[in-house]
Write a protein that binds this ligand. Structure first.
Ligand SMILES: C[S@@+](CC[C@H](N)C(=O)[O-])C[C@H]1O[C@@H](n2cnc3c(N)ncnc32)[C@H](O)[C@@H]1O
Length: 331
């Protein structure tokens, strides 16, 4: 379905959730979401490179238009540039997300069969990669409409089209084919990762790559993932702990402050505490750490002559189930 409305028939609800460009917007504060994302929603995708460059010069650096193009450039390059016949495969090499996802999947074995969730899927390559190895449903969710639309376009048309940043506000349009197996089982929805609109115990695997330090409530994200995972399911997370007050209020950072504390402000130590069951009390996150890899390289290409290098922490966790199988610790 490309366009439509989902209507909640519950007498006390009666809410409507639009489907736009194939993407259902299942978000609690829909009015705010739509006004925050309206430029990406009504923005055209059919402009020529010439017109886009003219408008880009007019809006200038730091404008919302430029931010949208930069985000597409960063993520579409990392997710899909390996399929671009024009792309040089010299350093920096694209594919950081796929390499870390593969490392995580190896660490998380065995993974039980069932639907899978890519939390903070961005432009969607991780969702397609998950679908390659299962015949079950795979759902990518994110809040960035511009990135979701690119993912949904790849799903629908088998073509990637994105502005690849060269320098300043100069971008070149890249367009190439990208086809993946099992796409009938793939979909992309706009949802909040910290308030996932799914029933409990639904997914066998929930992947969340570099999202923990992008949300306002990181513990809420861990709880949300724990809740929707099947009791034999696994959560796979990576994070560079690149905390910023623009995304997360300092009080909610997991580490990155309180150097005087037992964790000495180290995010890894805080995560170990949050994901460790203590005697007589549930782990705060509702998840228990079962495997990890401390430093995995991750590159973000900013423009032709600039790349940001991260070392991400990879964690595999499973939901903690209380003695009473009908209830989880975190509820
Ligand atoms: C650093 S990017 C990582 C994207 C992708 N997982 C990857 O590894 O390439 C973080 C992503 O999380 C998304 N995001 C941030 N807050 C979110 C939220 N509350 N719910 C859903 N997605 C969110 C952003 O829009 C962005 O796509």
């Amino acid at each position: 379905m490309i366009e439509g409305v989902l209507h909640c028939s519950h007498a006390a609800c009666q809410r409507e959730f639009p489907i736009l460009d194939g993407i259902p917007l299942i978000i609690a504060d829909l009015r705010r979401y739509v006004s925050d994302n309206i430029l990406a929603m009504v923005g055209r995708r059919d402009m020529t490179e010439l017109t886009e460059s003219l408008l880009g010069d007019c809006c200038g650096p730091g404008s919302t238009f430029d931010q949208l193009r930069q985000q597409l450039s960063f993520y579409a390059w990392d997710h899909y540039a390996d399929l671009d016949p024009q792309e040089s495969m010299d350093d920096p090499r694209p594919g950081s997300m796929l390499r870390c996802l593969d490392a995580g999947r190896q660490l998380a074995q065995p993974i039980v069969s069932g639907p899978m969730l890519d939390v903070g899927c961005s432009v969607g390559r991780g969702t397609f990669a998950l679908a390659e190895q299962t015949t079950e449903l795979v759902l990518g969710i994110d809040l960035n409409f511009g990135m979701l639309r690119l993912a949904a376009e790849v799903l629908r048309t088998g073509t990637v089209r994105y502005p690849r940043r060269r320098v300043g506000v100069v971008y070149e349009c890249r367009q190439f084919s990208a086809s993946f197996p099992n796409t009938a089982n793939v979909d992309f929805w706009a949802c909040d990762a910290t308030a996932l609109p799914f029933p409990d115990n639904r997914f066998s695997l929930a992947v969340s790559m570099n999202v923990l330090d992008c949300v306002a409530n990181p513990i809420g994200l861990l709880n949300s993932i724990a809740r929707v995972l099947h009791r034999d399911g696994k959560g796979l997370l990576t994070c560079p702990y690149d905390w910023s007050p623009a995304a997360t209020p300092l009080e909610s950072w997991l580490g990155g402050h309180s150097q005087r504390s037992p964790s000495a402000g180290a995010s890894e130590a805080v995560l170990h505490t949050l994901l460790a069951p203590c005697s007589n009390s549930p782990p705060v996150a509702g998840l228990e750490l079962i495997a990890e890899q401390s430093h995995l390289p991750w590159h973000v290409r900013l423009h032709d002559r600039s790349t940001m290098n991260y070392l991400v922490h990879l964690l595999v966790a499973q939901p903690v189930v209380s003695e009473n199988p009908s209830s989880r610790w975190d509820r």
